[in-house]
Ligand binder design. Structure first.
Ligand code: UD1
Length: 422
């Protein structure tokens, strides 16, 4: 297993370009199977989750090609409706294929994505939405078979603004007969990106970014070219890393409007942020100020995907901060690891009470999931001494070559591979 070895205590400095958004690229790649022809997607990050999605597309009969950050998907010959269980188990986002496969082939067979390190992640809202459009859903054990001779527009009210369910329903509805209205939709920027992509293919969707999305079905979708938005969570992670190391960095290719709540919280912690169009400068010279209360919640509130990272910064603050996690119940797995680095954090149900300490100390810690792993890297960068982060494969799901990105910003970080013997 690969590890990241970090010599902490060096302020980050310099400039780095933010790569494309994983959470936008995954549904958009899945949506490619709805057009019979070659689609070019630009700014696709080089991540293991993207590789799994490409493997699934190939298993369904697509031709895919990667040229750097450009990916070509040709779905002309899609004929397979079964998603292999071993690919399904590697990535929860394989459920994004449900809507598009139903729309294209009228049938999809897949498996429950199963448990997850950050808590129970149900798919009931996805299934209920697809059923409302006319899909017949049969479950036996972990296998799910959805069929639909014809999908028909419907009014669907989501009990919770699930990002994935909103996207799956949007994709299933684009070629359904008539109008679909999703009320209580998620408002994340990635949903707007999906709307822009689908409309570029000829769909008729309005409202993404608000809580009501209206989709007027069209008979077919056309191939197109599209550029993915920058990854707001990667940008937010680096902003927090700059603050935690008392650094001064410039991020290029960012969309500040997608980071409003994170910018607000960082400013409350005393971090200086200057914005010029798609360029952002982040600097910090003093110990962070505590932030009385942060509540993670669906966009535009503070994102759960930055919760573990901001906890590292607040662990170093001059006072007590509270973070309440409302999206994923199990998302405090990084706390034990941070405690071993000297942090003073107490968990009570879904809230973390963080008493700032003057410094963290290097330790060997384990990344338990993607964002927890990123948080431990930030902790290692800020800590005194050497930190070893194990289970790096979690981090590779969402940060392209994180060690190169951070070395570019002056960090002392290397990836080590185990020595293999024949
Ligand atoms: C997406 C993001 C993930 C982010 C999350 C919340 C992608 C690929 N992933 O995940 O990085 O952390 O949004 O911003 O875009 N729920 C149900 N039933 C469902 C679906 C969801 O109860 O059918 C619950 C989940 O258990 C969770 C909450 O809703 O507690 C939020 O989940 P959701 O918004 O669906 O997140 P994902 O789309 O899985």
């Amino acid at each position: 297993m690969e590890k990241l070895v970090i010599e902490g205590g060096k302020p980050l400095s310099g400039a780095v370009r933010i790569h494309g958004a994983k959470n936008a690229a995954l549904p958009i790649l899945a949506a490619c199977i709805m057009a019979e022809g070659e689609i070019t997607i630009e700014n696709v990050p080089d991540l293991s989750d993207i590789d799994v999605m490409l493997d699934i597309l190939k298993a369904l009969g697509c031709r895919t090609e990667r040229r750097g950050e450009q990916i070509i998907v040709d779905a002309l010959k899609v004929c397979e409706h079964h998603i292999p269980e071993h690919l399904m188990s590697q990535m929860r986002s394989s459920i994004f294929l449900m809507g598009p496969l139903l729309a294209r082939l009228g049938r999809v067979e897949l498996y429950q994505p199963g448990g997850c390190a950050i808590g129970e992640r149900k798919i009931d809202l996805h299934l209920r939405g697809l059923a409302a459009l006319g899909a017949v859903i049969e479950e036996s054990g972990s296998k799910i078979v959805c069929t639909a001779e014809e999908l028909t527009g419907a009014e669907i009210a989501l009990d919770y603004p699930s990002v994935g369910a909103t996207e799956n329903i949007m994709m299933a509805a684009v070629m359904a007969k008539g109008r679909t209205i999703i009320a209580g939709a998620a408002r994340e920027p990635e949903i707007q990106d999906l709307q822009h992509f689908l409309n570029r293919m000829g769909a008729r969707i309005i409202g993404a970014g608000t809580d009501t999305i209206t989709i007027d079905g069209v008979p077919e979708l056309m191939p197109c070219s599209y550029r993915i938005i920058p990854d707001r969570i990667v940008a937010g992670t680096l902003m927090i890393a700059a603050a935690a190391t008392k650094g001064n960095i410039t991020l290029e290719n960012v969309c500040p409007a997608h980071l409003t709540s994170a910018i607000h919280v960082l400013k409350r912690a005393g971090v200086q942020i200057a914005i010029d169009d798609d360029i952002m400068n982040i600097s910090s010279h003093a110990r962070p100020k505590p932030v009385e209360r942060i509540v993670t919640a669906p966009h535009p509130s503070f994102p759960t995907d930055l919760q573990s990272q901001i906890m590292v910064l607040l662990s170093l603050a001059d006072g007590v901060s509270i973070i309440k996690e409302t999206v994923f119940e199990g998302r405090f797995k990084h706390v034990d690891e941070l405690t071993r680095m000297g942090a003073d954090i107490r968990i009570d149900l879904s809230s973390a009470f963080i008493r700032g300490v003057p410094r963290l100390y290097g330790a060997t810690v384990e990344a338990t999931d993607l964002r927890a792993g990123a948080a431990l890297v930030i902790a290692g960068l800020a800590a005194q001494g050497t930190t070893v982060v194990e289970q790096v494969h979690h981090i590779d799901r969402g940060y392209a070559r994180i060690e190169q990105m951070l070395r570019h910003l002056g960090a002392n970080i290397v990836r080590t591979s185990p020595v293999t013997t024949e």
